[in-house]
Design a protein around this ligand. Structure first.
Ligand SMILES: Nc1ncnc2c1ncn2[C@@H]1O[C@H](COP(=O)(O)OP(=O)(O)O)[C@@H](O)[C@H]1O
Ligand SMILES: [Mg+2]
Length: 338
């Protein structure tokens, strides 16, 4: 059965793939930040897992991380990896980590509260910080950016050879990187006016002692972090975003949009992975609904060839069960890379 699945899908794969996943990785030997994006349910978590297992098997210290509030790595690996980087059983060199989103959000809130309190004191405004903190943090965009910050922190800590992120923070990467030029200019302006204010204050005071300015320190730190994140995330030698689709209308439309955005922002697109392809050769003796599905998939596979010409890296079959545990991830990894 498994062989039959593979054989039929292999022919499709030969037709669609010019530079394979393996070819792409050997052409990008310095790749360190690997992301999977796409519509919900297309197989991002499974493919991130299979890729991470494969990279670890190749001898690279690998972290498989999820910044998604709805975690699925523990389920995928049959092992609790919540809250801290945990060695994956059966795969030397691989750790997995579901980031505790609630903890990350609370920490960001605390930091914002400190800054707001400092600023209110600095500006001599006698209001409680709470309202401002609520206003700044009670929205979904805040949670998203707290998660994004978390991901960037992991990247900066630099403890692994390669990082595979389950679920690309697509909207965020786009927003943050799109905004980073604006942030840069804005921070530049703020810094300049604060420097002027500070030198005025210094020239008016008798003591020439330079004051610590926490807001300025924060702005400089923020600007540098964004610049660094941008540098890493836009470097095609180090970063690649892969987009996963099924041979179906909606998932294709979703990744086409993502690829357009990413290309516009100079974020490196590694390519497209087509998942869930039913073996066409198994069609004859199958019930009618399966044959109809195969026919439908053939149409969308044609679309994929036309729209992502040269960018398809792998075609994976629809397996006869969910993909869970290291053994199945090795199998999916072989379909992805070999
Ligand atoms: N090629 C495949 N064959 C069979 N089941 C698959 C395949 N790819 C993914 N799945 C299953 O489909 C479900 C969704 O996959 P998942 O990786 O969680 O998607 P996403 O992370 O994009 O939401 C999971 O139950 C997974 O085991
Ligand atoms: Mg997922």
């Amino acid at each position: 059965m498994t062989r039959a699945i593979a054989a039929g899908v292999d022919a499709i794969s030969r037709d669609l793939v010019s530079t394979s996943m393996r070819g792409f990785f050997s052409g990008h030997a310095g790749l360190r930040y690997v992301f999977f994006g796409g519509k919900g349910g297309v197989g991002k978590t499974v493919l991130a897992g299979a890729t991470a297992v494969r990279l670890a098997r190749d001898g690279r210290r690998t972290l498989l991380a999820s910044t998604n509030p709805v975690h699925s790595l523990s389920g995928l690996l049959d092992q609790d990896v919540f809250g801290k980087a945990t060695d994956v059983r059966g795969v030397p060199g691989l750790a997995a980590f579901e980031i505790d989103t609630r903890d990350a959000i609370e920490r960001s809130k605390r930091e914002i509260r400190e800054k707001i309190q400092w600023f209110l004191k600095f500006a001599e405004i006698s209001t409680k910080a709470d309202e401002f903190v609520e206003a700044a943090t009670m929205n979904p965009a805040f949670e998203e950016s707290a998660m994004f910050e978390n991901m960037v922190d992991l990247m900066f800590r630099d403890e692994y050879d390669v990082y595979v992120f389950d679920t690309a923070p697509t909207a965020n990467a786009r927003r943050l990187l799109g905004m980073s030029k604006v942030y840069g200019l804005w921070v530049q302006k703020m810094l300049k006016s604060r420097e002027e204010a500070q030198s005025l204050r210094e020239s008016l005071s008798f003591t020439k002692k330079k004051e610590d300015d926490p807001l300025m320190t924060y702005l400089v730190g923020f600007r540098d972090r964004i610049a660094h994140a941008r540098e890493l995330l836009t470097d095609p030698g180090r970063t690649a975003f892969f987009f996963v689709t099924l041979p179906e209308a909606l998932p294709i439309a979703v990744i086409r949009r993502f690829i357009g955005w990413f290309t516009d922002f100079g974020i490196p697109v590694g390519g497209v992975v087509v998942n869930g392809v039913i073996n066409p050769e198994a069609g004859e003796e199958q019930p009618e609904f399966v044959r109809n599905r195969i026919e439908m998939q053939a149409g969308y596979l044609g679309q994929i060839r036309d729209q992502f010409d040269g960018d398809v890296r792998a075609v994976l079959p629809l397996y006869d069960s969910d993909i869970r545990g290291v053994t199945m991830l090795d199998r999916a990894g072989a379909a992805l890379f070999d």
